[in-house]
Each structure stands twice: as structure tokens, then as C-alpha cells.
Design a protein around this ligand. Structure first.
Ligand code: SAM
Length: 204
């Protein structure tokens, strides 16, 4: 890993993800977590304060040792015990059907093999479990999509692999999840970066 990826990018990710406009989304998504929870791409642990009492245990998985270290510092803000796992979302080192809730927040944009990772999330979820997500991705507006496609190659290079144009709904459904709740729309900021998908899905 280069100096930028290893040392600078984790701090930029931490700063960018502290955007206050994202807080209501974190609060809403995380408040529905229950049981044994797996958070994919936990980053610097910004969701940890929002886990409700019905989340019995949180497993925070991330590829980045530096972001995991920041997350460890935030662990005391969680009401549930937190365990950290340094691993890739494309190969989750957990047993089949061992998780009640999988959480992803602004992470599917960055995972290189997002469909494979969603397949792994489905594998570890119990049949009665659910996936909770809030992600940015492909806009329904042709003019915005054009910018998303045009900007993504350069954006990926500075943004740690972040794609602006991932079709989040399609990816989740292609991984054999059924979406049971979905809200979409732009938040404050440039349209190519701010079209959000927030919802819940279950294995089908
Ligand atoms: C934009 S950050 C979001 C962090 C956090 N979810 C939040 O809401 O603040 C994306 C996170 O995904 C992690 N990530 C990217 N690719 C990954 C992979 N293949 N496996 C696990 N984590 C990954 C990054 O290290 C980073 O922490």
C-alpha cells in the first residue's frame, strides 16, 4: 500500500464521513439493527453511538488497519460489545447463517467486487435476518448519470476506489436479496455524489 492509501486516505475518509448531514441517516438505519450485527466497512466507527439496546453484539469488519484503529477508539460509544475483524468483505471469515443484521453505510461504492461481497453478506445472514443500508449511487437522472460515469475513473483514484455510479438497488437484488423498504433521493451537495439509497432487504 502506498503512503496516500495507507496514511492519508484513512484520515480523509474519517473527515468526509463526519459530514453532519449524514447523521440522521446513520441514526435511522442503525436504530433498526438487532441481535448479532455485522457492520461491513465500519471505517472509523461513526455508527457505533447509534446501536440500540436490541443489538446484542456488533462485529465491525474493515480492510483498513488504520480505520479499524480509529474505530477501536470509538468502541466505548457503543452500548453493545464490539469486536473488530480485519478482513475483506468479499471473503467474510464468519460461519453461514450466523448473523441477524448486516449493516452497510456508504461502503458498497468502494468494495471492488461489490456483488461478491453482497453474496457473502447473504451467506452469513440467517434466513430471517436482514440487510440495512444507506449508500450513494447511480442517479435516475440521465444528465447526472452522465457526470457520474465521466467522473468515476478519476474519483476512484483519489477516493480510495469509490464509484459514483454503482446501481445499488440492482446490486442488492442481483445478490438474491428482496428489498422490503427503499427511500431514494438527493441530499445537500453536488448531485453526482449525493443520490442516496436507504432501506432494508432480506435474503430470498
Ligand atoms: C466511505 S468509507 C465508509 C465508512 C463507514 N461505513 C461510514 O459510514 O462512515 C468505506 C469503507 O469501506 C471499507 N472497505 C472498502 N473496501 C472494502 C472491502 N473490500 N472489504 C472491507 N471493507 C472495505 C473502507 O476501508 C472504508 O472504511
Amino acid at each position: 500500500m502506498g503512503l496516500y492509501q495507507d496514511r492519508i486516505l484513512p484520515h480523509l475518509v474519517n473527515m468526509a464521513m463526519r459530514n453532519r448531514d449524514l447523521l440522521p441517516y446513520r441514526e435511522r438505519v442503525i436504530s433498526a439493527a438487532e441481535g448479532r450485527v455485522l457492520e461491513i466497512g465500519i471505517g472509523s466507527g461513526l455508527n457505533l453511538p447509534f446501536y440500540p439496546p436490541q443489538a446484542r453484539e456488533v462485529l465491525g469488519l474493515d480492510l483498513s488497519p488504520r480505520l479499524l484503529a480509529m474505530s477501536r477508539h470509538a468502541a466505548n460509544q457503543s452500548s453493545a460489545p464490539v469486536t473488530f475483524i480485519e478482513a475483506s468483505a468479499e471473503a467474510i471469515p464468519l460461519d453461514d447463517h450466523s448473523i441477524d443484521t448486516v449493516v452497510t453505510t456508504w461502503t458498497l461504492c468502494t468494495i471492488p467486487a461489490a456483488l461478491q461481497a453482497l453474496g457473502e453478506m447473504r451467506r452469513v445472514l440467517r434466513p430471517s435476518g436482514h440487510l440495512l443500508f444507506v449508500e450513494h449511487g447511480l442517479s435516475p437522472d440521465a444528465n447526472v448519470r452522465k457526470w457520474q460515469d465521466w467522473l468515476t475513473p478519476a474519483w476512484k483514484r483519489i477516493g480510495g476506489g469509490c464509484h459514483l455510479n454503482r446501481p445499488i438497488r440492482k446490486l442488492i437484488e442481483d445478490a438474491s436479496f428482496g428489498i422490503t423498504e427503499l427511500e431514494t433521493g438527493y441530499i445537500k451537495g453536488p448531485n453526482p455524489m449525493t443520490y442516496l439509497y436507504q432501506g432494508r432487504a432480506k435474503p430470498v
